[in-house]
Each structure stands twice: as structure tokens, then as C-alpha cells.
Write a protein that binds this ligand. Structure first.
Ligand code: CP
Length: 321
């Protein structure tokens, strides 16, 4: 049985097939309106979400199927053995999408091979995001062959892991300018697989990373728990006041990561045609500036919408397999 987990087991052809399927479905919504009639997607969340929940749920509706939202905090998961509970859950659906705190739980569900399982963002991977981002880049570049260089700025994490792997498998050079790796996201096997392609370039030189890039991506390195609830987000999306107990860590992160911010200045200076991307939610003024989100090159909202088109393709592809 095929699952959508780390993408380490996916070939270049698999990835292209899923993106082409998404393009086909997006262009012909009526043709696909009933393809998942009487099919159920179970959406299990151990963490919060806006885009992932909406894109999977809306996607299932548009394919004629149904999605059930299950929050681990308001169901019985906290009271029992995970493996028992997930076995019962999977009796009720045709596909499981799972936003988990730990990939090990996603892997446990998948290893039961009852129904296809999708990692909907764990601490190590975000395959749906990477495939959706590829769809966005292909659309905006007019074809995969026109994407030569992709840049990642900020911190290496679950999102950069799968983006890096997708780029490497497709022969796209990916430049990573990140002073730090989020330790819980490290997968040495994935790193090795991506590095062996010769397509992964690590640097802390912004010019080298950004020069003539086709797309610049980033993701959060600030923790929103550092801010007082009454303070933010305020007008423009900026966070509110820093809680005194987090002041030192807040300042440390600003010093470490702010030089790697995705902003209009570095785009206009080094790659004026580069598409600006962020998986969202954006933390304005930290990993990305307001002028980058609102920049004429920003494809951030297309990127968000494309989550739905790619989820449809992933679900149909898994069910066909
Ligand atoms: N990018 C992303 O996965 O968004 P959500 O956390 O809102 O689902």
C-alpha cells in the first residue's frame, strides 16, 4: 500500500505524476466532481491548522467525498493506547491524513497498512506542502524545466526537509541559507539522499543564496508563545509585546535569524524576478517582511490555494495505487 509520508520512497516520476494530476484536476473541476462519492477522509489533528484542514476538507467536498475532522484533544486519544485507537479510527475511512506532534505516530498508523496515510505535517516532514509548492512553482514558471534554482532562508526544518528532497530528486539546485537546524526535524537519511544528488548547496551568504534564484522560500523561526495575547497580532500582522520571561531568547533569535529575513530589498537586489513564497502562517517582521508578502512577485496566496489542488491529487493518486 502506498502512503504519503517522507517522500524518500517517491521517484521523480511519482512526484511529476502527482503535480500533473493536480494541474489536470484544477483545470477540469467538473470532471472530478463525483470521483470520491461515498469515500471518507479522516483528518486527525494533534496540532492546530488553518490551510491543511481547509484544503483537505474543501478538496474532499469538491471531489464528491466527505471529510471528518477529529481533534486528538477532544476525542479519546489521550485516554488510551495510540495504536489501538488509530486502528479503530481507520475502520471508518478510506484515507487518513494526520497532523502529528511526532512522525513516529504517523509511521505507526501507516505501518498497519489498513488505508493510505498522509503525513499532514509532523516535526520532520511536510510532504503536502512541498508538493503544493512545486505545483505553484511549475505554474508560475510555465513548466518544471524553467525552475533552475530555489532558495530557502531562515531555519532548516520539516518544511525545508521535504522541499529540499523534492528539488534534489527533480534536479533543481536548492540553496539553503540558514544559521541553524531545528533539531527535532533532522532526518540524516533524508539529508544523505538529498546531498548525494549534488543539488543541495549550504551557505550563509545571502547574495550566493539569492543571486538569480527563481523562488525564495522561508518559514518561521520565531515562537509566537513569546508574545503576550493582548498584544498581537496587531495591525499589519506584527506580533505584540514580548513576555519578560522570553525577552532574552527573543533577542537571541532576532540576532541569529533576522539577517536571513526574506524581504523586498534582497529580492530586488539579487533576483528581481524571483517568486516570493511562504507556507504560512507568516510572522510579519521576523522571517518575512510586509513588503515581501505584498511584493508584486509574491505568490504566497496562490501557494495557499494550491494546497487544495495538490491534496486532491495526492488522495486520488494514493487510492489509484
Ligand atoms: N502551511 C500549513 O501547513 O498551514 P497550516 O498550519 O495552517 O495548516
Amino acid at each position: 500500500m502506498k502512503h504519503c509520508l517522507t517522500l524518500k520512497d517517491y521517484t521523480k516520476e511519482d512526484i511529476i505524476e502527482i503535480v500533473e494530476k493536480a494541474i489536470e484536476i484544477k483545470a477540469n473541476p467538473k470532471k472530478y466532481a463525483d470521483v470520491l462519492k461515498n469515500k471518507t477522509l479522516i483528518m486527525l489533528f494533534q496540532k492546530t491548522s488553518t490551510r491543511t484542514r481547509l484544503s483537505f476538507e474543501a478538496g474532499m467536498t469538491e471531489l464528491g467525498g466527505h471529510a471528518i475532522f477529529l481533534d486528538s484533544r477532544t476525542s479519546q486519544f489521550s485516554l488510551t493506547d495510540f495504536k489501538d485507537e488509530i486502528q479503530a479510527v481507520m475502520r471508518f475511512g478510506d484515507v487518513l491524513m494526520f497532523r502529528a506532534k511526532e512522525f513516529a505516530d504517523v509511521d505507526t498508523a501507516a505501518s498497519l497498512n489498513m488505508i493510505p496515510v498522509i503525513d499532514a505535517c509532523s516535526e520532520k516532514y511536510h510532504p503536502c506542502q512541498s508538493l503544493g509548492d512545486l505545483l505553484t512553482m511549475v505554474e508560475h514558471s510555465g513548466g518544471l524545466e524553467n525552475i533552475k534554482k530555489v532558495t530557502w532562508l531562515g531555519i532548516e526544518n520539516n518544511v525545508s526537509n521535504t522541499l529540499k528532497l523534492v528539488c534534489a530528486k527533480l534536479g533543481i539546485d536548492i540553496y539553503i541559507a540558514a544559521p541553524k537546524v531545528h533539531e527535532i526535524s533532522v532526518d540524516e537519511d533524508l539529508d544523505k539522499m538529498a546531498d548525494e544528488t549534488g543539488k543541495v548547496h549550504k551557505t550563509i551568504d545571502i547574495e550566493e543564496a539569492m543571486k538569480d534564484t527563481d523562488y525564495a522560500h522561508t518559514d518561521t523561526w520565531m515562537d509566537m508563545e513569546f508574545f503576550s495575547a493582548e498584544g498581537g497580532p496587531v495591525s499589519g500582522g506584527e506580533a505584540g509585546k514580548v513576555k519578560p520571561e522570553y525577552q532574552a531568547e527573543y533577542e537571541k533569535r532576532i540576532k541569529e535569524f533576522k539577517p536571513f529575513q526574506l524581504n523586498a530589498e534582497i529580492v530586488d537586489k539579487y533576483s528581481p524576478k524571483a517568486g516570493i513564497m511562504h507556507c504560512m502562517p507568516c510572522h510579519v517582521g521576523y522571517e518575512i517582511s510586509r513588503d515581501a508578502i505584498d511584493h508584486k512577485n509574491s505568490v504566497i496566496f496562490d501557494q495557499a490555494e494550491n494546497r487544495m489542488h495538490i491534496q486532491k491529487a495526492i488522495i486520488l493518486w494514493l487510492l489509484e495505487k
